[in-house]
Write a protein that binds this ligand. Sequence first.
Ligand code: ZN
Length: 171
Amino acid sequence: MELAVVLVNTLVITQARGRPVEPPESGAERLTALTAAVTEPAGRPREAGDADALAAVAEGLHPVFTAAPGAVEELNAMLVRHGAVPCLYGEPPMLSFHARDAGTVDAWAASMGTALAMVIGVGQGVRLRSCEAAGCDLVFFDVTRNASRRFCGLSCQNRAKATAYRARRRA
Ligand SMILES: [Zn+2]
């Protein structure tokens, strides 16, 4: 889940916290951005081509966070495309959602896609959200008890409050 959020926010989003941001455009830039953003040391992409492929995956995952029409169908297609399959490996056996010999891109896409599908499949898709503040498209996973989080963070929450306050004063 966390990985999907990081990937979308790093590779797709074009405005964050009220400012335009430029997502990395070349494979090399994407690789650098991913290496900086993803803290998991194991199985990180090492090739620009993989970073490009993951950017396409992130592009496909983004609609799930904005509840865009067709997002679920696209997610299903992605799970098939990247060979998502439950698989036990290691000793003691651990459950993963990609084939044992899957490459980085397929492994990441299958893991992220499965995590999102499980959230949606238990009726919690509303927790996959996009910041509601103006000028911010950052996505997040809402873990509040009543799924009431509206902003990516405090800076956006404060900015939105100030905007609403000014609008009330003008009225
Ligand atoms: Zn925000």
